[in-house]
Design a binder for this molecule. Structure first.
Ligand code: MSP
Length: 645
């Protein structure tokens, strides 16, 4: 894309000895949001993500799985990739450290460092943490100070990198580029680490087999961090980086625990090779579960897939960016996720969109009405929305996602209030009333257009629906945010087809009789039924009345004469239940056997087509026809009977 300024950003590349949890998801979603935002600001953006596939950890996991390492990592990399697709992540480059072009780049970087005399051979004995892939400063028998897991004593021949030679160049670099490490607290941490003195770093291993070979020095393979960091460069051309034109990176987004690798080792490797340094390293905090970092070893991980399957990808993206102050730690909670989904998405944006469309449908013949003279209350809303554009862009620029979303949602709240005070639905049919109604509806639709454009980087899926609902051309991703102004919504624009934005996840065991309307929040039908009332909220005490547990399907069969129903028997930990589910048109009975599902277990029994059903299976209702998609636990071996809360 000639002419546009280039912008290159990266996620960390993820270890393939495990599957993604929402901590990893957070890193990636942040990056994807920045990517989409920068595109809308006119940049030619490349975002790299990928997988870190070498090291003893992978060697062991592959052995445990009884497959060759290459097969193991290929499967895992495909899993990571698939998940990012489901989350709407638009990685431009997916780099795997087992890619040939990557191996060439690592070997080339090493050659440059060696030619410049920053590499020498030696021996090392120390305590090694295989989980963090690093030697740690503890005595034999002691655990890793970072992750708390056992360390191993390792002695090996290796090549050293003269990190000690870079103390002064690094300190000079930090002084000259005060924004290089963000946020401030991380910068201070790195500064004091480097000021405390740097020890040379062993960058090859002879005790590990599964790695990139050091040419002419076999059995040496590269240390995983030397290997992994270089992926940022191999993704954009490696030795040909100048020709490709994206290096140096504008920002490496990383979790706080890997800041040292990125802000100390990586710049030192690049300096040693005489290559340009990235412009910025930005460290985010952790997502905590009950105040502890999520990790497989602590058994407190939350997987993104079930959440996406039930609430949709936008819900997770919104929640993660809205609830966590970027740079600080945040706590993950299902309650807060559901609360945000209901209050901000279904009742907030979804409700505003569907009410607006329903009112225009009813009163404007499905076309954006032409506003008459604006009254002070219209102008006040217009001023707030216009001001929000500048504020939100500035907040996005500073990665202050939570504040940006807060700002946007205060415009949504102001619009809800405006509708309540202006109550266009109660105006009459005389000319003055019709003109007033047209002005209110145009103003509301214009707010919605601006909100949609501003929210798109975070909510790509639902904003695309609102965009077409508003009859706007193309995709919201192609809006130039720099040209976004109040007043651009053309009267007369025909609205597009309404679509459900944030459906309520619904149980599927009680199919409604044919013809019963089931308006979902956010649908035009729902809004038309009650244009001014936001759906009633429930307290947590109401939610906890519903007892949901993990169940496992033992048998499944069709019911003669009921083509939508399946009769299931489900193990819920304490007993086997018979449950009917309205999923027969979408699931083959045989394929359900053994599947773990979410079951509402404290429902009064009822008969469906004469067959007793004692509980409900939970599923998302997808698309206009309400296709059921079973909520489940595909990523984790959850215990049967475990309670969902
Ligand atoms: N492979 C290295 C990175 C190499 S980059 C050249 C690695 N991989 S990782 O899979 O362990 O972590 C990748 C990213 O996920 C890191 O940024 C890490 O901070 C992030 N997260 C892992 N758990 C996390 C949370 N609980 N919360 C937020 N992010 C966390 O490190």
């Amino acid at each position: 894309m000639p002419g546009k300024p280039k912008y290159y950003l990266t996620t960390p590349i993820y270890y393939t000895n495990g599957l993604p949890h929402i901590g990893h998801t957070y890193s990636t979603i942040v990056c994807d949001t920045v990517r989409r935002y920068k595109r809308m600001r006119g940049y030619d953006v490349v975002m790299t993500t990928g997988t870190d596939e070498h090291g003893v950890n992978v060697e062991r996991s592959a052995k445990k799985a009884g497959v060759p390492e290459s097969e193991f990592v290929a499967k895992m990399a495909a899993e990571w990739r698939a998940l990012w697709d489901e989350l709407g992540v638009q990685g431009d480059e997916f780099i795997r450290t087992t890619d040939l072009k990557h191996a060439h780049t690592v070997q080339w970087l090493f050659k440059l460092c060696r030619e410049n005399d920053f590499v020498y051979p030696g021996h090392y004995t120390g305590q090694y943490c295989i989980y963090d892939n690093a030697y740690v400063d503890v005595k034999p028998g002691e655990n890793c100070p970072d992750c708390g897991r056992p360390t191993e004593t390792v002695t090996e021949a290796n090549f050293y990198f003269k990190l000690s030679a870079f103390q002064k160049p690094l300190l000079d670099w930090y002084a000259k580029h005060p924004d290089f490490i963000q946020p401030e607290a991380r910068r201070n941490e790195v500064l004091s680490f480097v000021e405390g003195g740097l020890r040379d770093l062993s960058i090859t291993r002879t005790t590990v087999r599964w790695g990139i070979p050091v040419p002419g020095e076999e059995p040496h393979v590269f240390y995983v961090w030397y290997d992994a960091l270089t992926a940022y460069l191999s993704a954009v051309g490696g030795p040909n980086y100048e020709k490709i034109g994206y290096w140096p990176a504008d920002v490496h987004l990383v979790g706080k625990e890997i800041i040292r690798f990125h802000a100390v080792y990586w710049p030192a490797f690049l300096m040693a090779a005489g290559l340009p340094l990235p412009k910025q390293i930005w460290a985010h905090g952790w997502l905590l579960m009950d105040s502890a970092k999520m990790s497989k070893s602590l058994g407190n991980v939350v997987r993104p897939r079930p959440i996406v399957h039930v609430l949709g990808m936008d819900a997770l993206r919104y929640y993660l960016l809205r609830e966590t102050v970027f740079g600080q730690d945040g706590n993950f909670s299902y309650d807060a996720l559901v609360q945000r989904y209901n209050s901000d998405l279904a009742n907030g944006l979804g409700n505003l969109a569907s009410r607006t469309a329903a009112m225009i449908e009813k009163n404007g013949g499905g076309k954006v009405p032409k506003p008459a003279a604006l009254q002070p209350q219209d102008t006040a809303l217009a001023t707030q929305a216009q001001a929000a554009i500048g504020q939100v862009l500035e907040l996005y620029d500073n990665l202050a996602f939570s504040r940006a979303l807060e700002e946007i949602w205060s415009v949504i709240a102001a619009t809800d209030k405006y509708l309540t005070t202006e109550h266009p639905w109660s105006l009459g049919e005389n000319d003055a009333d019709q003109q007033r109604r047209a002005t209110i509806l145009w103003t509301t639709a214009e707010v919605l257009r601006i909100v949609t454009a501003l929210t798109h980087p975070v909510l790509p899926e639902s904003t695309t629906k609102v965009w077409s609902l508003l009859g706007q051309p193309g995709q919201p991703g192609s809006i130039a945010l720099d040209d976004l102004r109040w007043g651009q919504l053309a009267p007369g624009t025909p609205l597009g087809k309404s679509q459900t934005l944030f459906p309520r996840p619904s149980p599927v065991t009680t199919p409604a009789p044919p013809g019963t309307p089931t308006p979902a929040a956010g649908s035009t039908a729902a809004a038309a039924a009650a244009p001014q009332a936001a759906p009633e909220k429930i307290g947590i005490e109401d939610f906890t009345k519903v007892e949901m547990r993990v169940g496992q399907i033992k048998t499944a069969e069709r019911i003669v004469g009921a083509d939508k129903l399946l009769k299931l028997t489900v193990d819920i930990g304490t007993e086997i239940r018979q449950i009917c589910a309205g999923i027969a048109q979408y699931y083959e009975p045989e394929k359900l056997i053994g599947r773990k599902v979410a079951v509402v277990v404290n429902l009064a029994p009822r008969k469906l087509r004469g067959v007793e059903s004692n509980g409900m299976i939970v599923a998302a209702s997808v698309g206009p026809e309400g296709r059921p998609v079973l909520a489940g636990f595909p990523d984790e071996d959850v215990e049967i009977g475990a309670r969902l809360k």
